[in-house]
Design a protein around this ligand. Sequence first.
Ligand SMILES: Cc1ncc(COP(=O)(O)O)c(C=O)c1O
Length: 342
Amino acid sequence: MIDLYSDTTTRPTAAMRRAMAEAPVGDEQRGYDPTTSALQERGAQMLGKEAAIFLVSATMANLIACRLHTRPGEAVILDAACHILNAEGGGLAVHSGLVPRIVMGDRGRFTPEQVREQIAGPGYYRPHTTLLACEQTHNLGGGAVWPLAQLEAVCAVAREARMKTHLDRARLFNASVASGVPAAAFAAPFDTVMICLSKGLGAPTGALLAGSAEAIARARGLKQLFGGSMRQSGVLAAAGLHALEHHISRLAEDHANARRLAAGLARIPGFSVEPVETNLVFVRVQESGFTAPELAARAREAGVDVSVSAPTRLRLVTHMDVSAADIERAIEVFHTIAGRGR
Ligand SMILES: Cc1ncc(COP(=O)(O)O)c(C=O)c1O
């Protein structure tokens, strides 16, 4: 099967498995796991923050960040299509009692004016807006990369209003490799930043939440509260350390494969390919005579797995387990399916 379903489907390489097997470990809950500590230090350093905490998933990192910066009944400003709002089980309401104040971004990116419009004025009718959350790269926004200046501008508006800021950077290094902007520069305007280790970076699980030493000390308590404390987590942290060391620069290959895939799919009548900036390729198929679920089912039968993002929108994701030859094969499969008709 050629797996273009998600970059979460990567499997640990032999070298990563060796690093996991050989990792020194201890009791993480008590702060005695040396490999977890090393990963946290490395992550904080790469992100230019004082401290970082290793968490089991990117979802947990986002949820802890929301809780860390707010009190129940307050409001978080975020994009309509962001992961925190659409794919975390309503956790921002359940775990933090937050009200979403939604902005309609352009491929997930919004402007300082849009943030200003959502900030609650004085008085007690509207919930206080205390957190701004951005997503980089933006998943449902098509893997779009926020320009650094735009992130700085929206955070400046939030800071003026004494709000906190959080960056969901599940695919942070894709953004850095695509734009040439260092990871720490993207992180600088934010109070907290999350990076996911199990997407394009290829670790089997895990994420880091980074911020000030004070914020991360409080996040430690929330990790316990959310049931996220671990024991010999060095086995998992070793995979994260290996990924940070060996799997960042190769993301450029995934981006090249995504562009190749987009160009091939764009030649299929009825397929409209959205602009590709990183490793996510979204295709609108309403003119093809097929629905997205129909195309995904036929592609799967032919050995290509892709995901359905909406009834007429497909998502195809490139990653380290997909080669340039796989891309050519996937393009052929879609040409055959769409050419054959219903
Ligand atoms: C932008 C973004 N944030 C957070 C997550 C959550 O990651 P996980 O499912 O590994 O917790 C995802 C997953 O796809 C994502 O795309």
